[in-house]
Design a protein around this ligand. Structure first.
Ligand SMILES: [Zn+2]
Length: 373
């Protein structure tokens, strides 16, 4: 399988509030090193290194897609906050800007005062909280460039799977996105996510398929991270041309989304399928949910498959509580192939979470073996 990687994505390194401590973020560059080391030793995979040149047409397209799906003031903050803090002596070069005060929308009883927490504040500390919803998406020196590079891998994959790349015609691709994307809603960073890579993948394929055919493509986003992809759900909640299907930990982070009753709205009604799974679930319980996902996907009849693939479902993961083991990922990926859509359609797999560094490479390899086998 073709695996896309951009070395720029390794430069992003932050600290986070975890429990009661400020620690190096679990979403760290070593995660990618583990995957690259494992896959380089396996002749089934071809790792292609991508580096987008700043002034290239594809870079212009990428920035256009990011700007059309994420708010401009939010992007400006992600791009400039660390530099602004650094120039004012508020953060060290290698340290992370972390928020300390969040706009709580129920803070004021009066609706007039309440509207204040919806406007970007001028204060530099307040802004850090305005554009984030937790303390796991801090901003470091290379956060912006890595997030853009990560989204660039999704776009590169989109160009190839849509058949519009000059050289590559691969139908199944994994993009080693880092930072991940599925928690970003375009207005706030959270859950290690700054730019939503699944959104860039969908919008990228939409862009490229305009050149190839008149038909408007339909997508399924299959989100297999332990955590619900609140950001991706929000983007496509009213979009009838994208089916979002997520298997995730019940009542887990991000806590306020992921219920079975969230089914989409308007044109997107019944295009949002949440399949929460209880703490301690094993592979057999996971496969029962996978059957429900497959049923929804095949009846929707998509043209493209985007997989938001996280490995925090692993039994040792510090941020998850399922009981999946390395060999289970091959079983799960194989099982999804009983779906006609997942068996036959172009698929772009995007890396999301997974925080047991040593196990991440073998877990990715196991999933890809099942998916391609
Ligand atoms: Zn996760």
């Amino acid at each position: 399988m073709l695996v896309l990687h951009d070395p720029t994505t390794l430069e992003h390194k932050t600290t986070e509030l975890l429990g009661s401590k400020i620690l190096q973020a679990l979403e760290c560059p070593e995660r990618l090193i583990s995957i690259l080391t494992t896959l380089k030793g396996n002749s089934d995979h071809e790792i292609q290194t991508i580096t987008l040149k700043d002034d290239s047409p594809k870079s212009t397209l990428l920035h256009g897609l990011i700007e059309s799906s994420h708010k401009s003031d939010y992007l400006e903050h992600i791009r400039t906050a660390h530099g602004n803090w650094l120039s004012q002596g508020l953060v060290d070069q290698d340290a992370t800007v972390l928020p300390e005060c969040f706009p709580a929308h129920h803070l004021f009883a009066s609706s007039q005062l309440n509207s204040k927490v919806r406007s970007p504040p001028k204060d530099i500390f307040a802004r850090a909280g305005f554009y984030a919803y937790d303390m796991s998406a801090g901003l470091a020196e290379h956060t912006w460039s890595a997030a853009v590079a990560s989204a660039g891998l999704a776009l590169e994959g989109a160009e190839i799977v849509s058949g519009q790349h000059a050289e590559r015609k691969d139908k199944t691709i994994m993009a080693l996105c880092r930072p991940p994307g599925h928690h970003c809603n375009g207005r706030m960073a959270g859950g290690y996510c700054y730019i939503n890579n699944a959104v860039i993948a969908v919008d990228g394929i939409r862009h490229y398929s305009k050149a190839g055919s008149a038909k408007t493509p339909k997508f399924v986003i299959l989100d297999l991270d332990f955590h619900h992809g609140n950001g991706t759900q929000e983007y496509f909640y009213k979009d009838g041309e994208v089916l979002y299907v997520s298997i995730h930990g019940e009542d887990e982070y991000p806590y306020y989304s992921g219920g079975e009753d969230e089914k989409g709205e308007g044109k997107g009604l019944n295009c949002n399928v949440n399949l929460p799974l209880k703490s301690g679930s094993t592979v057999d319980e996971y496969l029962d949910k996978a059957d429900l996902a497959i049923k929804a996907i095949d009846s929707y009849q998509p043209d493209y498959v985007i997989v938001s693939l996280g490995f925090d479902t692993f039994h040792l993961d510090p941020l998850g509580n399922f009981k999946l083991e390395t060999e289970d990922y091959e079983t799960i990926a194989q099982h999804f192939k009983i779906s006609q859509a997942l068996k036959l359609l172009p698929a772009l797999i995007l890396l999301e979470g997974g925080y047991v560094v040593d196990a991440l490479g073998p877990n990715v390899q196991s999933f890809l073996k099942g998916w391609t086998g």
